[in-house]
Design a protein around this ligand. Structure first.
Ligand SMILES: NC(=O)C1=CN([C@@H]2O[C@H](COP(=O)(O)OP(=O)(O)OC[C@H]3O[C@@H](n4cnc5c(N)ncnc54)[C@H](O)[C@@H]3O)[C@@H](O)[C@H]2O)C=CC1
Ligand SMILES: O=C(CO)COP(=O)(O)O
Length: 326
């Protein structure tokens, strides 16, 4: 039987590991924190990162990276985007030579503006790299609720094989070869979800929320395509699909972050919101590619404390009128 190694014991890693173990696939979850491993092993729960959800008895957890990777046929890397450069050297050294690496983080590296596949390619051959993204809250997936996502790899056969190997009765994976498109959608929607949360938190109304999603899709599409993404990817599950989900309410941590910002509430103690780390890089990529992305630029400016929420709204509304297609 082929073993799946899931690297990262947070909400998403635990949900994916639980899903695969429940589908009868031998699965081992690596969590850096021994307390998380002890919790999973002793209580069949991950109370810190995925509270309230029972994990299958067959799921094994370890804080030994080498042991998790030994004999793995497929490796899922599920730590946050900003940790990839730190974890990849050790992972590449211990990863079985033929095992594909499926990147599951949604973000852009601070400082370099790189996506996960670009960082991973510095350590592993590009042929082994795949990305998984799309509308999928960890709690939904762990609870066995129906979910559809996209998995991209450079070779169509590799993408098809991985989609088949990881899909379950409730988790439906569509194969793609547009790695950068899938990554761009996942990273940019997080920034736009912060904008949607700000709108809700400031009480600007459901109409403004719909405008953010729609004009945000335009930014996601224009910037994604400028980076090399295919148009259909940007309007697929990992683009439009995940934008809609993440802008839909406070179950999204990025939306919840924006909500707190819009309310002027305390931001300390909020859960991981990848868009906070990606916003400045997304704005920078847009500038460098000559793409008009006012929402992304505004989120970046608010997060950098360069602009208040009220001033941001005033400036967005007072821009010169334009054609909808521009
Ligand atoms: N939670 C969700 O619903 C979904 C999350 N994602 C993406 O998955 C990625 C991970 O998110 P979550 O698991 O939700 O975050 P989380 O905050 O729940 O967990 C992050 C985990 O990474 C671990 N970690 C951090 N640095 C590490 C390092 N250097 N080495 C090993 N482990 C390290 C932490 O200990 C923690 O277990 C993010 O990029 C997120 O955008 C994608 C789809 C759904
Ligand atoms: O990526 C996600 C759903 O597809 C999770 O979004 P948040 O990180 O905003 O909770």
């Amino acid at each position: 039987m082929s073993r799946i190694a899931v690297i990262g014991g947070g909400a998403w890693g635990t949900a994916l590991a639980a899903l695969e173990a429940r589908a009868g696939r031998e699965t081992v979850l690596y969590a850096r924190d021994p307390a998380t491993v002890a919790d999973i092993t002793e209580t069949r729960r991950n109370r810190r990162y995925l509270p309230g959800l029972d994990l299958p008895p067959a799921l094994r957890a370890t804080s030994d990276l080498g042991a998790a990777l030994a004999g793995a046929a497929i490796v899922l890397l599920v730590t946050p985007a900003q940790t990839l450069r730190e974890i990849l050297p050790a992972l590449a050294a211990a990863c079985p030579a033929e095992a594909p690496l499926v990147l599951c983080a949604k973000g852009i590296e601070r400082g370099t503006g790189r996506f996960a596949s670009e960082i991973a390619a510095e350590h592993l051959g590009g042929a082994r790299i795949a990305v998984l993204s799309g509308p999928s809250f960890a709690a939904d997936v762990a609870a066995g609720l129906p979910t559809a996502v996209t998995l991209a790899a450079a070779a169509p056969d590799a993408a098809d094989r991985l989609a088949l190997a990881l899909s379950t009765e409730t988790f439906r994976i569509y194969a793609s070869t547009d790695i950068l498109g899938v990554e761009a959608g996942g990273a940019l929607k997080n920034v736009l979800a912060i904008a949607a949360g700000i709108v809700a938190g400031r009480g600007l109304g459901a109409s403004a929320g719909a405008a953010v999603v729609t004009r945000g899709l335009g930014e996601l599409r224009r910037l994604g395509e400028a980076l090399g993404a295919r148009p259909e990817t940007m309007t697929g599950l990992s683009g439009l699909g995940d934008l809609v989900l993440t802008c839909s309410g406070p179950q999204s941590r990025n939306f919840a972050y924006g909500l707190a910002l819009g309310r002027g509430a305390d931001l300390a103690g909020l859960k991981l919101a990848e868009g906070v780390f990606s916003a400045a890089m997304a704005a920078d990529l847009a500038r460098r590619h000559g793409i008009d992305a006012p929402l992304i630029a505004t989120v970046a400016a608010i997060l950098a404390d360069e602009l208040s929420v009220d001033e941001a709204a005033r400036r967005l509304l007072s821009r010169p009128l334009k054609r909808e297609s521009d």
